[in-house]
Design a protein around this ligand. Structure first.
Ligand SMILES: Cc1ncc(COP(=O)(O)O)c(C=O)c1O
Length: 362
């Protein structure tokens, strides 16, 4: 069986180092906000090419804290792609703001910059861009709109560690970059973890306060904050994995190249754009008979996933929050998309086998 993902396989190479840093933290006797977190924050900021990184408890929290920082008024509007993972929308709702869905570009699956302007109102405060599947959103026109209408930019980088646009990395474009280190991500922890990147000192200081109960000094509380701290163990594991992130990315890019070269033209493949470097967190293709294709792959012992089967506006949780119609492009994507195996744990042989089975699909 070629499983869609196998974390035991992915993490095998790092086990000895994980065990070593686990012992170090255990014997150090300091488990929350210590030197491991500081070290990881510094290394990840360097990796992204930004001044600051603040470790938090999850990718969702990274989005929530970023939005909270601006103290927008209840009901203010945040633009967000209609086909994103639900967390981007939950974050907006959880801080009392209104998500305004914008359809994606059918070729890139990222927010379509041409459709943003018609959704901007007097209440629009920010654009939450999502670099879905490991591909950067088209940042030039988005930054232009942000300057023109004085809108904040938050990047949801949960799927895009190290992805580049014009040579600049995800998390280095917006006011904030929000990262998830959920175990299956390209940079995955051994549990929940996340981080926020930013350039300005004032943003850095405020997020550090917000993540720790709103505390500016011990037992002094300036704001109604959160308990959303990255813990020492996860930071230590992440520092180990970060050393290998470029290698992990290169491996996934190699596997993607096999798919792009070998899959027959019946499948709609991810677009490759000249000024972008995709990191292929997910290798998503489309086919009108997606469910039959998935069954064909499973019958040949190949696991796949669907990111995602139900669009946010059709989720029960979003009843009364999002209008449940008017997003035909998102619906088309959700109906036809399927994610093929592309893990650090897969070999080129695995991918050749997937290609062989795919190309026999009638
Ligand atoms: C696009 C996107 N945003 C946000 C998140 C939330 O991250 P986490 O699961 O760490 O809270 C995810 C996680 O899967 C994601 O894919």
């Amino acid at each position: 069986m070629i499983a869609y993902e196998n974390l035991q396989q992915v993490d095998k190479e790092f086990m000895d180092e994980y065990t070593h840093v686990f012992q170090e933290v255990l014997h150090g006797g300091w488990y929350i906000l210590g030197k491991q977190v500081q070290q990881f924050e510094q290394s990840f900021a360097n990796f992204c090419g930004v001044e600051h990184c603040i470790g938090v408890a999850s990718g969702l929290d990274a989005l929530v804290l970023s939005l909270r920082y601006f103290a927008f008024k209840p009901g203010d509007e945040i633009i967000v792609p209609a086909n994103t993972y639900i967390a981007s929308i939950l974050a907006i709702v959880q801080v009392g703001l209104k998500p305004v869905l914008v359809e994606p570009d059918i070729n890139t699956y990222n927010i379509d910059p041409k459709r943003i302007e018609e959704c901007i109102t007097k209440k629009t405060r920010a654009i939450l861009v999502v670099h879905l599947y490991g591909k950067m959103s088209d940042m030039d026109p988005i930054l232009q709109l942000s300057a023109q209408y004085d809108l904040k930019i938050i990047e949801d980088c949960a799927q895009a560690h190290g992805a580049k646009y014009n040579g600049q990395k995800a998390g280095a474009f917006g006011d904030f970059g929000a990262f998830s280190f959920y175990p299956t991500k390209n940079l995955g922890a051994l549990g929940d973890a996340g981080a926020i990147t930013c350039k300005a000192d004032i943003l850095n200081n405020s997020i550090r306060t917000l993540r720790n109960y709103g505390s500016s000094a011990k037992y002094v509380f300036d704001e109604v904050g959160y308990n959303s701290r990255l813990d020492e163990l996860q930071a230590a594991f992440l520092s180990v994995k970060l050393k290998y992130l470029d290698k992990i990315t290169a491996h996934k890019q190699r596997l993607a190249a096999v798919y792009l070269r070998e899959l027959k033209s019946d499948f709609i493949l991810p677009v490759v754009q000249p000024r972008q470097e995709d990191v292929y967190h997910i290798f998503a293709i489309r086919h009108p008979e997606r469910d039959r294709l998935r069954a064909h792959l499973l019958a040949n012992e190949i696991g796949t996933e669907i990111h995602y089967p139900i669009p946010p506006h059709q989720q029960k949780a979003m009843k009364g929050i999002l209008s449940d119609g008017g997003y035909p492009i998102s619906e088309e994507i959700h109906r036809t998309i399927i994610s093929l195996p592309i893990s650090y744990g897969h070999t080129e042989e695995d991918i050749n086998r997937v290609v062989e089975v795919m190309n026999k699909f009638l």
